[in-house]
Design a protein around this ligand. Structure first.
Ligand SMILES: *Cc1c(COP(=O)(O)O)cnc(C)c1O
Length: 388
């Protein structure tokens, strides 16, 4: 098929040309005296994206899933109690991981479409007088449902309860695209990955830990080796890594950080909000609804609920086979019920309008009762009338 594939899944996201070019470079000796000059500034500049001065950043040749494991196994002890609210496939997988790793996981089921219930969390933390809960696992942006939780609110709940639990945040599909504040929100472990807001291929787990979390690595008896933060700390202080780093990811990250910081993080958040709002206007004009309940809408991904007599999988396969447009699938219990439009990373007005046009064609082909051009028109008006 002529023309490029149009990628609108919420990860991997589109990699900007400048980043692709930066990755296309010869390999080098990662133990050479020149390497720290590449590596150290990456760890420093990443702090500006996580918004921390007190925390310490880490890069593992891995993915976000490893980040979940790194947070848990470096700071806790086997059998420790952790609490998690489950409201989508990613919070589900993190909870399952914690179980498989031998932690005592207190799982609270929430409606898929809502986020962390702050009042319930606060009540539960207040009830835990003996501080048996050692960590709160919070999914900032549930990519499966397009739901964003209020992490500042989670911190407030912990503080209101005077609870010392560590706060671990899955920011894989939020950090570098949605407002995130490591220090201000008192996050102890922030977990991200290269292939979403950072606009890189998968292959980098990008993490940040507070001093409190780093202190906990000293008392953690959990067996660990490849994912041991202490080995990273020992080597990172001199600008090296305990094993071979994924060099192309590092070269790409240099460029991606330059692009993000040049745009300015507040502008990056505002752009994602604006592009997402246009998407929501288009969806409303089609007469369709988000999976996300009001107040929880994500600015990086929209999960669109199809009418009950329709199968979202058909929309996705038509979009791909006929129009070379890749949409996100409904995961697990949402399979067939939603398709997802990713609006994260290297996107602008016209790239979003292309997605809406393609989605309209695919939905019309699948017999949806929508007016051709209605979603595009709503977004055109919104984008034209709002400041970048
Ligand atoms: C993508 C994603 C992950 C998983 O990351 P991998 O890089 O695939 O391991 C975890 N959490 C959230 C919220 C995600 O969007």
């Amino acid at each position: 098929m002529a023309g490029r594939n149009h990628l609108y899944i919420p990860g991997p996201t589109n990699v900007p040309h400048e980043v692709l070019s930066a990755m296309h470079a010869p390999m080098e000796d990662h133990r050479s005296p020149k390497f720290p000059a590449i590596f150290k500034p990456l760890l420093e500049d990443m702090k500006k994206v996580f918004r921390t001065e007190k925390g310490q950043c880490f890069i593992f040749p891995a993915t976000g899933t490893a980040g979940w494991e790194i947070a848990l196994t470096n700071t806790l002890n086997p059998g420790d109690k952790v609490i998690i609210y489950r409201f989508g496939q990613f919070s589900h997988l993190w909870a399952e991981m914690a179980k498989r790793l031998g932690f005592d996981v207190e799982i609270h089921q929430e409606t898929w479409g809502k986020g962390i219930p702050l009042d319930k969390l606060e009540a539960r933390l207040k009830e835990d007088k003996n501080h048996e809960i050692k960590a709160v696992l919070a999914t900032h942006n549930e990519t499966a449902t397009g739901v964003t939780s209020d992490i500042a609110g989670v911190r407030k709940a912990l503080d209101a309860a005077g609870h010392p639990a560590l706060l671990f945040v899955d920011g894989v599909s939020s950090i570098a695209s949605l407002d995130f504040r490591m220090d201000e929100w008192g996050v102890d472990g922030a977990i991200s990955g290269s292939q979403k807001g950072f606009m890189l291929p998968a292959g980098g787990a990008f993490l940040c830990f507070s001093q409190k979390a780093l202190k906990a690595t000293e008392t953690s008896q959990y067996p660990r080796c490849f994912l041991d933060l202490r080995d990273q700390m020992n080597q990172n202080k001199d600008g090296y890594t305990p094993y071979t780093p994924a060099l192309p990811i590092l070269y790409g990250l240099r460029k991606a950080l330059d692009l993000l910081l040049e745009e300015g993080m507040d502008n990056v958040y505002a752009r994602h909000h604006r592009l997402a709002e246009g998407t929501r206007r288009a969806i409303a004009a089609w007469g369709m609804k988000l999976c996300a309940h009001p107040g929880f809408e994500s600015n990086t991904v929209s999960a669109v609920v199809v009418p009950e007599d329709k199968d979202a999988r058909e929309v996705i396969s038509t979009a791909f086979n006929k129009y070379n447009l890749s949409l996100g699938a409904g995961l697990s219990e949402l399979s067939g019920k939603v398709f997802r439009i990713g609006h994260v990373g290297d996107m602008n007005d016209v790239s979003m309008l292309g997605a809406f046009a393609g989605v309209e064609m695919a939905m019309l082909d699948c017999g949806f009762d929508i007016k051709p051009g209605s979603g595009v028109a709503a977004a055109v008006e919104y984008y034209r009338s709002t400041e970048k």
